[in-house]
Design a protein around this ligand. Structure first.
Ligand code: NAP
Ligand code: F7E
Length: 336
């Protein structure tokens, strides 16, 4: 039986792990790329129990040879380019590294596909950060981009390359303009995970305060498990295109805090403090996506996980992490 082959760059990240799980369940042969480092970083793949079902290859988006080697080795039908320096806050501290990895890195993958096998389908992880602050009522595929960080600039460079390569070289190259999506395996730097981890630590007496930056910023937060399905759906269309993936709802960081603390019976105002160190030189203040096109063309349902279920899922996972450290230790030992 014909088995489709997928190559996922950045499989060690949040979305990489969820996408691997989704594609394995669809019957794909999945290969993922990881960066060589002194410490192995496969904990998310263990958390979702997919490590045993995938193959891994070392690839750095800074190194085109490694990308070409992976494409030759795997001969994929579909490439999902999820690898990136994805933290907006750090992109102000490391603008050039962010541009190299997140911007030019994507171009390296695209060019490798163009030269090695233009029949490979390509997915680019575009982002709502590309909209910046210009439109404060809601964003669709037709909203102009006004990026407000080195990360957003790098992503916009990658985005326009995909759009241009689609036209110039007739590649099946699609972009998902994904709004924030979270999960229990979200990186600790991002505000949702920082809050839910902080809630668990405070509830269990391990911490007294939670220091945050801009509490009034609003985001359209969804669940990562729902969003990787949309990536796959885009890749199954007859024509490649660009799609906004979002819930259509927006909430402030303050509202997220309120919901997360109340999950464990605490009042956030007693624990959350603003520390200037977490304010950004330029922040995006309002994001609310319009997923109508994805709904209409892909049949993707944005309402599978509500805001409150997402918050509760993340708080519960962090409580479990600290209350049941043996389980964590077993997972840790697995990836040594
Ligand atoms: P993530 O957890 O930060 O994962 C990023 C992945 O990229 C990790 O596997 C990381 O490897 C890898 N990576 C970083 N630098 C690399 C390099 N030089 N070469 C090769 N791999 C490298 O991000 P995510 O939340 O899963 O997001 C996936 C993608 O979607 C990213 O491109 C992100 O920018 C984009 N995006 C995310 C959201 C969101 O809300 N999550 C929304 C829109 C778009 P290590 O594990 O070694 O660090
Ligand atoms: O910040 C505010 C912060 O870092 C959200 C990435 O996945 O989604 C993510 O980017 C908001 C911002 O996500 C803290 O100023 C307040 O307004 O969780 P975040 P992000 O910047 O929206 C997009 C779609 C991506 O593409 C990115 O890859 O929360 N905020 N206090 C804080 N943020 C952080 N990180 N830490 C704080 O203490």
């Amino acid at each position: 039986m014909f088995q489709k082959r997928a190559l996922i760059t950045g499989i060690t990240g949040q979305d990489g792990a969820y996408l691997a799980k989704f594609l394995i369940e669809k019957g794909y042969k999945v290969t993922g790329t990881y960066r060589r480092s002194s410490t192995r970083n496969f904990w998310r793949l263990h958390y979702l129990d997919v490590k045993k079902d995938i193959s891994l290859l070392p690839v750095d988006l800074l190194d085109q040879t490694s990308i070409m080697h992976a494409l030759r080795e795997v001969e994929p039908d579909e490439v999902y380019n999820l690898a990136a320096q994805s933290f907006v806050g750090d992109s102000f501290a490391e603008p050039q590294a962010t541009a190299e990895i997140t911007g030019i890195g994507s171009l390296r993958v695209l060019d490798s596909i163009r030269f090695l096998n233009p029949n490979i389908r390509f997915y680019q992880a575009s982002t709502s950060e590309m909209y910046g602050n210009a439109n404060q009522t809601g964003q669709s595929e037709n909203t102009p981009f006004h990026p407000a960080s080195p990360y957003a600039n790098a992503k916009l460079f990658a985005h326009w390359n995909v759009v241009n390569y689609r036209k110039a070289y007739n590649l099946f190259a699609t972009t998902g303009i994904l709004f924030n999506h979270e999960s229990p395996i979200r990186g600790i730097d991002f505000v949702t995970k920082k809050i839910t981890d902080g809630v668990a630590r405070i509830k269990l007496g391990m911490s007294e305060k939670l220091l945050l930056g801009n509490l009034e910023a609003k985001r359209d937060w969804g669940f990562a498990g729902d969003y990787v399905k949309a990536m796959w759906m885009m890749m199954q269309q007859s024509v490649a295109d660009d799609y906004v993936i979002a819930t259509g709802e927006t909430h402030s960081v303050r509202e997220f805090c309120e919901a997360a603390f109340s999950r464990v019976g605490l009042d956030y105002t007693k624990y959350v403090e603003v520390d200037k160190k977490f304010l950004r030189p330029h922040d995006v203040v309002f994001l609310k996506g319009d997923p109508s096109k994805a709904k209409r063309i892909l049949g993707w349902d944005p309402s599978e996980t509500s805001f409150i279920s997402l918050v509760n899922m993340m708080v519960d996972a962090d409580m479990e992490k600290y209350q049941n450290p043996e389980r964590q230790m077993k997972q840790f030992l697995k990836h040594i």
